[in-house]
Design a protein around this ligand. Structure first.
Ligand code: PEP
Ligand code: MG
Length: 385
């Protein structure tokens, strides 16, 4: 649960509370009745998760046999272990800023190589998509402060690393060296807003690869992709798709920039609508652009881990959904519980709708009718409404 800024933290310190992440509600000093209800939800949720664990070795496919690979988002080594236990088929987003955030200085090229090697080895032969350092916005390194009035519209992602090629080059060298003998590395560029950034980054990656070959490393040139997370990149998707090997949609940022809603501002949290029709239309357009150019497109924002959204994204044609390991079993379960035909029907219905709230309700109703309600909210909490 995010954005609980108005909670009287001092007053509730030490008192019993219930946090309902499904509803976004905190209950302080809950009554015995409420405690009983939530205890039941808690036990149901545990039983549900246990039941879903059995899905680990089953393929993620619809009832009519449409296959949809599920990848995970990682940052820590702990994520890797959990992901493998849950049957992930690759890493769709490795957030490299996480190991940078855990230090008090920039990690050296050799330190980075060792960290990246662990991720690549753990998932080999599956692919690992490593995003180059995505700092700025709400992610600040304590040893590299960035002071700005408007950080989300400022110096972030690829903008920082192209201005500091020494950071970018060390990171790319470390990644490519780490992939030696495994060849499962894919490099992803964050916050791309124009073609020049892609060309500049590609030239640096090309240079590093050539230098490493000259130094005697037997390394393959990795696939390079871009994140689509600002509206400009949506409209450039046809051109971008002709210059890169794959696209990956960062729906967290894309939603914030399309709707002009700060993703961390509790005041406007209600306006951050993942199912806003403008967001859905942009998401569909990106798939058409990528597939027209013959490249694959995945999505690695939180949306991919929402069971209802996953159905729509599959129907739109996303080739891979990448999510936190926690959500993976739920998404697999919902995909296995529906036909691709019905998913396409549902998508056609919501694409005709112009109200994000109604779209969300429409999808919830569909899940309820297909008996998949438990994946979006435990049964006992329904009784609590
Ligand atoms: C996104 O923006 O959707 C994304 C995956 O990147 P991050 O959440 O790390 O900004
Ligand atoms: Mg992002």
């Amino acid at each position: 649960m995010m954005g609980a800024v108005d909670l009287p933290f001092i007053q509730i310190d030490g008192r019993p509370i219930i946090v309902d992440g499904y509803k976004g509600t905190v209950y302080c000093d809950p009554s015995a009745q409420l405690r009983k209800q939530y205890k039941a939800i808690f036990l149901e949720e545990q039983a549900l998760v246990k039941g879903l664990e059995a899905l680990k070795d089953l393929p993620c496919e619809t009832k009519d046999r449409y296959r949809l690979p599920l990848h995970v988002n990682t940052g820590l080594m702990a994520d890797v272990v959990r992901s493998l236990e849950r049957g992930a088929e690759g890493v769709g987003l490795y957030r490299t800023e996480v190991p940078f955030l855990l230090r008090d200085r920039f990690p050296s090229e050799e330190e980075q190589r060792a960290i990246y090697r662990e991720q690549l080895e753990a998932f080999a032969p599956h692919s690992v998509t490593m995003r180059t350092l995505d700092i700025g916005g709400d992610k600040a390194l304590p040893y590299f402060p960035i002071e700005e009035d408007n950080p989300f519209l400022g110096w972030r992602g690829i903008r920082v690393t192209l201005d500091h090629p020494e950071i970018f080059l060390a990171q790319i060298r470390a990644m490519i060296k780490a992939s030696e003998g495994l060849d499962n590395l894919r490099i992803l560029l964050p916050m791309i807003t124009n073609m020049q950034e892609v060309e500049a980054a590609r030239a640096l990656i090309q240079r590093v690869h050539k230098e490493l070959l000259e130094e005697g490393y037997r390394v393959r040139k990795p696939q390079v992709g871009v994140m689509i997370e600002v509206p400009a990149a949506v409209y450039l998707a046809p051109e971008l798709s002709r210059r890169v090997d794959f696209l990956s949609v960062g729906s967290n940022d894309l939603t914030q920039y399309l709707l002009a809603v700060d993703r961390n501002n509790a005041q406007v949290a209600d306006l951050y609508q993942a199912f806003h029709p403008a967001v859905l239309r942009a998401l569909q357009y990106i798939v058409y652009a990528a597939h027209d150019a013959g490249i694959s497109v995945s999505i690695c924002g939180e949306l991919a881990g929402d069971p209802g959204a996953a159905i729509l994204l599959m129907a739109m044609g996303y080739d891979v959904l990448s999510m936190s390991a926690t959500n993976l079993p739920k998404v697999k379960s919902v995909i296995r519980g529906i036909t691709f035909e019905r998913a396409k029907g549902l998508l056609a219905e919501v694409m005709r709708m112009s109200n994000g709230d109604l779209i969300r309700e429409h999808i919830a109703r569909e899940l309820r009718e297909t008996g998949l309600t438990r994946l979006i909210r435990p049964l006992a909490s329904d009784a609590n409404e």
